[in-house]
Design a protein around this ligand. Structure first.
Ligand code: NCD
Ligand code: ZN
Length: 353
């Protein structure tokens, strides 16, 4: 671990190029209207996940979803949704060409069937998708990977590491020029793989995986708001993620994976996976980088490396984070229900101003 540097320890305020969120769940309809302002306040753009019900599998559906997002944006707020397609066994090469030609669809998401929330339509055998992936490779369309195997015989905590060997390495051997983002990595295995692999590979890291280990799910009782997929891992993995995020390696960039579920769907006998962090995402990342004595590395991670991987311009405008205590609400409106944000009722030490 790097010691706290004098420069970052004395910082009480930090101004960054306006950041982007490279992995976000916005949902639809009334829920979309509730959550979108939180993201738009902090981020200029976000890669919008396609796991709606039904999933966003076509260019036409993605463009219609984009229109609904833009319509839900409050007057005076600026935000650009970067759309994605949900890869299925039946996604055709032509669909990829249509997506690319639209200029508004920036990636295709691979959910192994059954891996997480709304992933039932996901891919059952990646080899079925090879003609489609080949076109993606040719036209530079990134594949965003939920990197967990779904075999129930594999221990839940090992599913990311096993995915690297069973799926990621063979896939990238077969399609070495395919741009791949290993989404929301949670293990040292994934951080090491992404640092050392050759070719166009990157990874997103959530704020909650930088701040918490799996003890958080069980602290004094079961805490459903800390349950997400891939699940939080042990402390040694968290430390490896912090090291990767604060390394200055442009392969690692910000993706909140903010995933709203109603309070009732989380506080349930079979609670949904997903942490809601859109309200306070940059504050959480600032806390994680500050704890590591690496605030000066936050701008690259949050604002520069993502655009470079996606070949998009860096944003104009800035965001300022101040060392200032503030307390999160216990609940926020979510359509006709409520959502409990991560850290509900807790006091944070950084505030976006
Ligand atoms: C996400 C969701 O709720 O859509 N949940 C989560 O725990 N991260 C799905 C996902 O990204 O895996
Ligand atoms: Zn997600």
């Amino acid at each position: 671990m790097s010691p706290i540097t004098a420069a970052s320890a004395s910082l009480n305020s930090i101004t960054l190029t306006r950041p982007d969120d490279w992995h976000l769940h916005l949902r639809d309809d009334a829920v979309l209207a509730s959550v979108l302002p939180h993201t738009a306040k902090q981020f200029a753009r976000a890669i919008v996940m396609p796991n709606l019900k039904p999933p966003v599998t076509t260019t036409a559906a993605a463009l219609a979803y984009r229109e609904r997002i833009i319509a839900a944006l409050p007057e005076g707020m600026r935000f650009e949704p970067l759309m994605t397609l949900y890869l299925t066994n039946n996604t055709t090469p032509d669909e990829i060409r249509r997506a690319r030609d639209s200029g508004l669809i920036h990636a295709v998401k691979l959910y192994p069937a059954g891996a997480t929330t709304n992933s039932d339509a996901g891919v059952t055998d990646l080899r079925l998708c090879y003609p489609t992936l080949d076109v993606m490779q040719q036209c530079g369309m990134p594949l965003l990977v939920h990197g967990e195997v779904t075999d129930p015989a594999i221990d839940l905590f090992d599913r990311e590491a096993v995915f690297i060997d069973q799926v990621m390495v063979p896939l990238r051997n077969d399609l070495p020029e395919l741009k791949v983002v290993f989404e929301h990595i949670t293990t040292k295995h994934a951080a090491d793989y992404v640092s050392s692999a050759s070719g166009p590979i990157a990874a997103t890291i959530t704020a909650h995986h930088l701040l918490y280990n799996r003890n958080a799910i069980f602290l004094g009782g079961i805490r459903p708001h800390y349950y997400c997929l891939p699940v939080l891992k042990r402390e040694s993995h968290r430390l490896a993620l912090v090291k990767a995020a604060t390394s200055g390696n442009p392969r690692f960039f910000l993706g909140t994976d903010s995933a709203p579920h109603s309070k009732g769907a989380k506080e349930h006998a079979c609670g949904c996976a997903g942490c809601y962090t859109a309200l306070h995402a940059m504050e959480l990342y600032a806390e994680a980088f500050d704890q590591a004595g690496a605030l000066e590395k936050l701008e690259g991670f949050a604002s520069l490396f993502g655009p470079s991987f996606y070949q998009l311009p860096v944003n104009s405008g800035q965001i300022t984070l101040q060392r200032q205590d503030w307390t999160l609400p216990m609940e926020l409106p979510l359509g006709n229900s409520t959502v409990v944000p991560l850290n509900a009722g807790e006091t944070l030490r950084w505030k976006a101003v």
